[in-house]
Design a protein around this ligand. Structure first.
Ligand SMILES: *[C@@H]1O[C@H](CO)[C@@H](O)[C@H](O)[C@H]1NC(C)=O
Ligand SMILES: *[C@@H]1O[C@H](CO)[C@@H](O)[C@H](O)[C@H]1NC(C)=O
Ligand SMILES: *[C@@H]1O[C@H](CO)[C@@H](O)[C@H](O)[C@H]1NC(C)=O
Length: 348
């Protein structure tokens, strides 16, 4: 089933043309405290990340010399040619007794079909008109890991949805980041899964592969939500494919309110321990050659093989098998007496 044919009316404003897009599963590569964009070379970074994509992911990924496609031997994402790395914070459940447990991530379903994930997240590349694919060495961040103010976050770019079904194939609600979606993480026992959506900027200055804040070389366009991004400002004239991350945090086993903290603290929290408005997503481009440009130009769709662009979908067994040992080893899966955090996290 295609978004374009089945659900365009439900998901998009009526004036937005339905179109093909890439939408695919990425299973977990590793969960660890590293961040080659913000803290290159550092192990045990201020907060924990969950990372997917090519296995050349490393504490140090120098934009000039690190060739993701050349150095990776596998990718945990669906397309064999995509060695990009995608990462986000990790959601934890805080129990009444003050201990924390990492929330499991599952694939998404909905009108465009069920994605099979072993942890990780789902990635979209949504073109709108002619787009220019990212250049080698390109990286960017959406959102801010230190933000505590929900009013500073455009709900149309980073949002959460209370998913009342435990079945990921039961689609809940309308277009991403519309309706009753919230900037903060919902705290409602009715939520069996919490869907997090992170939409990246779609306009590039055309020159810089990165910038000191990892954001100012890109900008959001005039559009809103998951519609490809709209037109670009003159400062950032180059239209990029719109990247969207979708994370399905399966909170079903923690949805019983009797398990929740009684001291007023929130039951669900990201690894920065600051609340949902500190949500963020990180991206390092790593598609082989010009495959992403071709995939956009040739209207490749969803998670299917697309001969016109030379991109190939792996089976779940294949992409699930691509994992990496923690570079900053620590327990992230038991009941933890405190969140895995560095002192710096308080100031980062
Ligand atoms: C990761 O980085 C270290 C230190 O910079 C380097 O020695 C190592 O070869 C790198 N590994 C990969 C897989 O790139
Ligand atoms: C804390 O609560 C969780 C959830 O109820 C439980 O699984 C865990 O064993 C408890 N830990 C301690 C140290 O009591
Ligand atoms: C979510 O977790 C619940 C309880 O552990 C489980 O029964 C359900 O199958 C999970 N949902 C998905 C989509 O994996």
């Amino acid at each position: 089933m295609q978004w374009a044919t089945v659900a365009a009316a439900a998901l998009f404003a009526h004036n937005v043309a339905a179109q093909n897009m890439l939408r695919f599963a990425c299973s977990q590569l590793v969960v660890e405290r590293t961040d080659p964009i913000v803290n290159p070379g550092m192990k045990y970074t201020p907060h924990l990340h969950q990372i997917v994509g090519g296995n050349s992911f490393n504490v140090t990924m120098d934009p000039q010399s690190h060739d993701l496609a050349g150095q990776s031997t596998c990718t945990s994402c669906t397309f064999k040619e995509d060695f990009s790395n995608y990462w986000t914070a990790v959601m934890f459940f805080k129990a009444k007794n003050g201990t924390y447990h990492r929330v499991r991530q599952v694939g998404n379903g909905g009108p465009q079909g069920h994605l099979v994930n072993k942890g990780g997240l789902d990635v979209y590349y949504i073109p709108s008109g002619k787009t220019t694919a990212f250049a080698k060495g390109f990286r960017m961040i959406a959102g801010k890991a230190a933000n505590t103010d929900p009013s500073k976050v455009a709900k149309s770019n980073i949002c959460h949805r209370c998913w009342t079904a435990t079945d990921d194939n039961t689609f809940i609600g309308g277009a991403p980041c519309s309706g009753s979606d919230t900037v903060d993480i919902p705290a409602d026992p009715k939520c069996k899964m919490i869907r997090q959506t992170i939409i990246f900027p779609t306009c590039w200055d055309g020159k810089n592969l990165d910038s000191p804040d990892h954001q100012s070389h890109v900008a959001y366009g005039s559009g809103s939500g998951a519609n490809g991004g709209g037109s670009c400002p003159s400062t950032h004239p180059v239209k990029l494919p719109q990247i969207m991350y979708e994370l399905m945090w399966n909170v079903t086993e923690f949805s019983d309110k009797n398990l929740w903290p009684t001291d007023g603290s929130k039951p669900f929290i990201y690894s920065m321990n600051l609340g949902g408005s500190a949500a963020h997503g990180d991206y390092v481009f790593g598609w082989q050659g010009n495959t992403l440009q071709l995939a956009m130009d040739k209207s490749c769709n969803l998670n299917k093989d697309c001969a016109a662009a030379g991109i190939h979908a792996q089976t779940p067994d294949q992409y699930n098998a691509c994992t990496k040992k923690q570079q900053a080893p620590e327990d992230v899966d038991s009941w933890l007496t405190e969140l895995p955090m560095g002192e710096m996290a308080k100031y980062a």
